[in-house]
Design a protein around this ligand. Structure first.
Ligand code: ADP
Length: 400
């Protein structure tokens, strides 16, 4: 934000996790366009809290917030002071909160108040590692800025178009009634990609497209006409693909064996499947694909082999859910930046009619399939924060 004056308006986007709180400020232009201003995070909330903030990829603040751990509420308070000091007099007119779980109930962004917050607390048991932190940030903001429009944007909402048959586990109905079903996550990323698809390829926007959100968390989504019809994550964000530290789909019998024969407690299993598995657990080296590609250790290669193999299998499964395939889109940290991984997944999808354009893939596309490829492939950067900001802007301008 370069101009001055208190008439300038801004939207604050918050993504509060277990060990960090990420934020992003968007300026609202006179023509109602959103301009990304500062972004940053408070990290190390359990160890030694640090604050970092950037503008246009230039670091404008980076320092310790405490010598040790810091409660989320205190960290957020301190971050707000620093953010406001950087806003050059612009006024925050709305806050967007990323909320991981909206159950079946919250199918769209929702204005927050005490009553909605109480309803959202019901989903804490469904996402115990994320939801409590999301809600803690909301509570702080509602107290600190009462009356300020605050909007919850859900990672599950985009997937509410998934047909019942794809949501149900093969369990007695009482379990589905108790909320045990596939919800799907990364919905804000998929919604953003869906909103961009028509600018990339009209056929992909109108047709059958699989979007591969391959980041530290990873999932894939089958879209028909831009609507989610199936996704790899299910009841929790641990199902589906192997991820940076999460194992992905696991035979439920493995969990029983771990409890009965290896005497692991539920909490130990939670730690294992969320934090000590995936690329990190398999390699014993790193959760970061860059480190694994640079390593000569056989376990690093095995971890990547399993990741690519599972992604290729899921792509086939999602194509089956769609009844065919018109396009594949790669996004998030790995999807946007790692041509080797994209190439390996695309080669494994040749049977589906995908022909990779190697030079285009090396320069990150955006189109990475050949002109004669029956299935088109693209790299499209995701932007969950701007998706949230757009929702806040939409709610601010919507008639009451
Ligand atoms: P998150 O799920 O935390 O949002 P990201 O989408 O930011 O994750 O993806 C982070 C992951 O992307 C890293 O762990 C790493 O494996 C991978 N990656 C590969 N190349 C890059 C790159 N050039 N920049 C950032 N991340 C990269």
């Amino acid at each position: 934000m370069t101009s001055t004056g208190s008439d300038r308006q801004a939207i604050l986007v918050l993504n509060a996790g277990s060990s960090s709180i990420k934020f992003c400020v968007f300026g609202l232009g006179g023509d109602r366009t959103l301009q990304r201003d500062v972004r940053g995070q408070v990290s190390g909330l359990h160890t030694a809290a640090r604050f970092a903030m950037r503008r246009d990829d230039v670091v404008i603040a980076e320092h310790a917030l405490a010598d040790g751990p810091l409660p989320h509420a205190v960290a957020l308070e301190r971050a707000l002071v620093e953010i406001e000091a950087q806003m050059g007099g612009a006024r925050i007119v709305g806050v967007g909160h990323r909320v991981v779980h909206g159950g079946l109930e919250f199918m769209a962004p929702t204005r927050l108040n005490a009553e909605v917050l109480t309803r959202l607390e019901r989903y804490v048991p469904l996402a115990p590692l994320h939801q409590p932190h999301n809600l803690a940030a909301i509570r702080v903001m509602l107290e600190r800025l009462p009356g300020m429009p605050a909007i919850a944007c859900f990672d599950t909402a985009f997937h509410r178009s998934i047909p019942e048959v794809a949501q149900l586990f093969a369990l007695p109905p009482r379990f589905a009634q108790a909320g045990i079903r596939r919800y799907g996550f990364h919905g804000l990323s998929y919604e953003y990609i869906a909103s961009r698809l028509h600018t990339v390829d009209e056929r992909a926007a109108a047709g059958r497209t699989v979007v591969c959100h391959l980041g530290n968390g990873a999932s894939m989504c089958a879209m028909a006409g831009g609507h989610s019809v199936a996704t790899t994550m299910g009841f929790t964000a641990v199902e589906g693909l192997p991820m940076g530290t999460r194992c992905g789909s696991l035979d439920p019998g493995v969990l029983l064996f771990m409890m009965d024969e290896l005497a692991l407690s539920p909490r130990e299993i939670e730690q294992l499947i969320y934090h000590e598995s995936g690329l990190y657990g398999m390699s014993g080296i790193s959760n970061d694909v860059r480190d694994l590609l640079a390593s000569t250790a056989p376990a690093a290669a095995t971890a990547l082999d399993v990741f690519v193999y599972r992604a290729a299998r899921e792509l086939g499964s999602l194509a089956a859910a769609l009844g065919g395939l018109d396009a594949v889109v790669f996004t998030a940290g790995i999807g946007e930046n790692q041509p080797q991984i994209r190439a390996r997944i695309c080669h494994a999808a040749e049977w589906l009619g995908l022909e990779l354009d190697e030079p285009a893939n090396a320069r990150h596309g955006p189109r990475i399939s050949t002109s004669q490829s029956r299935v088109a492939a693209y790299v499209v950067p995701t932007d969950e924060e701007s998706m949230i900001a757009r929702h806040v802007q939409g709610m601010l301008t919507a008639p009451l």
